[in-house]
Design a protein around this ligand. Structure first.
Ligand code: MG
Ligand code: ZN
Length: 215
């Protein structure tokens, strides 16, 4: 029973996601679904990304959060159009929430729409929102075992950002083993090593994002 119900929910979501995807293509906007645990540094990475790309392409952000608008306020300070979705405890964004949020955006004027999903390594990867690609942020402090423990999110993501790389000497995170696991799960995944406090790897990451946006 339970399994069947979940299939129906995902089926309905997939239909809406397909509509979103069609709409995004018609408007000529590329959409990235940015995922990762709470505290992995998604919003900080986003701030650094926006600072590097805002004068090159037109970007808007959708912020998914359980209750607050704290992240959206941070993005707004960067002068970027931002729509806040509060899931009221819901642990992921779905296609219907994105469709509704997009009604307040002028998609035709945008090159890139970044959706910061709710902090969670599990179900955000299960719910297609109609994005062009997904990216996952994994911070060094979370441990190198996470790719194998939460394989779906890494299989689904075009890029994995290993963030807070400056903290590597203070942890037992095995970078080589994490890289091997990521590539075993997803042979074509693009891996970035970043530190938002030091500025490490941000040029490579934003260049990759720019190349995927301007087509
Ligand atoms: Mg955040
Ligand atoms: Zn969820």
């Amino acid at each position: 029973m339970e399994i069947k119900l979940m299939k129906n929910i995902l089926g309905a979501n997939d239909e809406l996601a397909a509509l979103n995807r069609k709409h995004f293509a018609e408007c000529g906007v590329v959409v990235m679904n940015l995922m990762g645990s709470p505290g992995s540094g998604k919003t900080t990475l986003l701030e650094k990304t926006l600072a590097r790309l805002a004068d090159k392409i037109k970007i808007a952000v959708i912020e998914g959060d359980l209750f607050t608008a704290k992240d959206a306020e941070r993005i707004e300070r960067a002068g970027i159009d931002v729509i806040q979705i509060n899931t009221a405890g819901g642990c992921h964004l779905d296609a219907a929430m994105i469709q509704k949020a997009c009604a307040s955006l002028d998609l035709n004027s945008l090159d890139l729409l970044i959706v910061e999903n709710v902090g969670n390594l599990v179900c955000p990867a299960e719910f297609d929102i109609g994005e062009n690609f997904k990216a996952v942020v994994l911070s060094i402090t979370e441990g190198d075992d996470k790719p194998l423990k939460y394989p779906l999110i890494f299989k689904e993501s075009a890029a994995a950002v290993l963030n807070k790389i400056d903290l590597l000497p203070f942890t037992n995170f095995d970078l080589q083993s994490a890289r091997t696991d990521l590539t075993t799960l997803h042979p074509t995944i693009k891996i970035f090593e970043t530190s938002c406090t030091r500025g490490t790897g941000l040029d490579e990451w934003t260049q990759w994002l720019l190349e995927r946006t301007v087509r």
